[in-house]
Design a protein around this ligand. Structure first.
Ligand code: KIV
Length: 257
């Protein structure tokens, strides 16, 4: 296992893991100083491109944004989402994961699912491609975007899937919108860290989508806490700019050649 990944795994039960998404150089260069993990998530499909779902995100889009994000990352562990329909079988997954690793110089890839992709994950890991798992709400395949773990069948499946992913060799698992007591149980039951989004304080770490966290994305999901209201700041700046342009205060001598 790579040193950076080992260090992350060792944080379990000692220190909370902090992560955020980034789709670009300028953002990741700020996050790098503070975050253990920076994820180039396929959430960029809805956040940046206004796609109806992440299903429309392509490998090329992921690679281009990841190349940009990479430029700002020196310290953090960089993980890239494998988009929908790029890991339908072992051969396809291996080819695409290798392309992502090679072109983006990321440290690991993330795949959504459990039992169904067990063999695929095992193959990637056997080929020295570190994998982060993703259970709970799976935006690439779920029809209903509800929290997971209220029904017994759902709880049993998520529990079993987390054990399978661990057995396959993932170095951590994102738990998305998993009910509190189940997230706690999964976290206590596996040796690799869980990283929660909408999955309670009991996970070993937390992740948020950057644009939600910063208040740039005008959405109000229950699991998002907006740590800034950047939309207001941008509005104020634009208003000021409009005023100064109209009053011929900008550009001043200082801003002119
Ligand atoms: O795509 C993404 O940003 C993600 C996070 C929500 C974990 O998978």
């Amino acid at each position: 296992m790579k040193k950076k990944i080992l260090e992350l795994v060792k944080k379990k039960n000692k220190q909370k893991i902090v992560s955020l998404t980034s789709y670009s150089k300028n953002v990741s260069s700020i996050l790098d100083k503070y975050c253990d993990v920076i994820l180039v998530g396929d959430s960029l499909g809805s956040v940046l491109y206004n796609y109806k779902s992440t299903k429309e995100v392509t490998l090329d889009i992921m690679i281009e944004h990841s190349k940009s994000a990479r430029l700002g990352i020196k310290k953090a562990l960089m993980v890239v989402d494998m988009p929908h329909n790029t890991y339908r079988n072992t051969k396809e997954a291996l080819k695409n994961a290798k392309e992502i690793m090679l072109k983006t110089k990321c440290d690991a890839v993330k795949l959504e699912g459990g039992k169904k992709i067990y063999e695929i994950i095992k193959t990637l890991i056997k080929n020295q491609i570190p994998v982060m798992g993703h259970l709970g709400l799976l935006p690439q395949s779920d029809m209903n975007f509800m929290s997971k773990g209220k029904k017994k069948s759902e709880r049993d499946r998520i529990m079993k899937d987390s054990q399978l992913l661990e057995k396959a060799g993932v170095f951590s698992i994102v738990l998305e919108c998993v009910e509190t007591s189940l997230a706690k149980l999964v976290t206590q039951n596996i040796k690799v860290p869980t990283i929660g989004i909408g999955s309670s304080k009991y996970c070993d770490g937390q992740i948020l989508v950057f644009d939600d966290f910063i208040g740039l994305n005008p959405v109000n999901y229950k699991f998002v806490k907006k740590y800034s209201n950047i939309r207001n700041n941008i509005s104020k700046a634009v208003l000021n700019y409009v005023k100064e342009v109209k009053q011929i205060k900008f550009p001043s001598k200082k801003n002119s050649y």
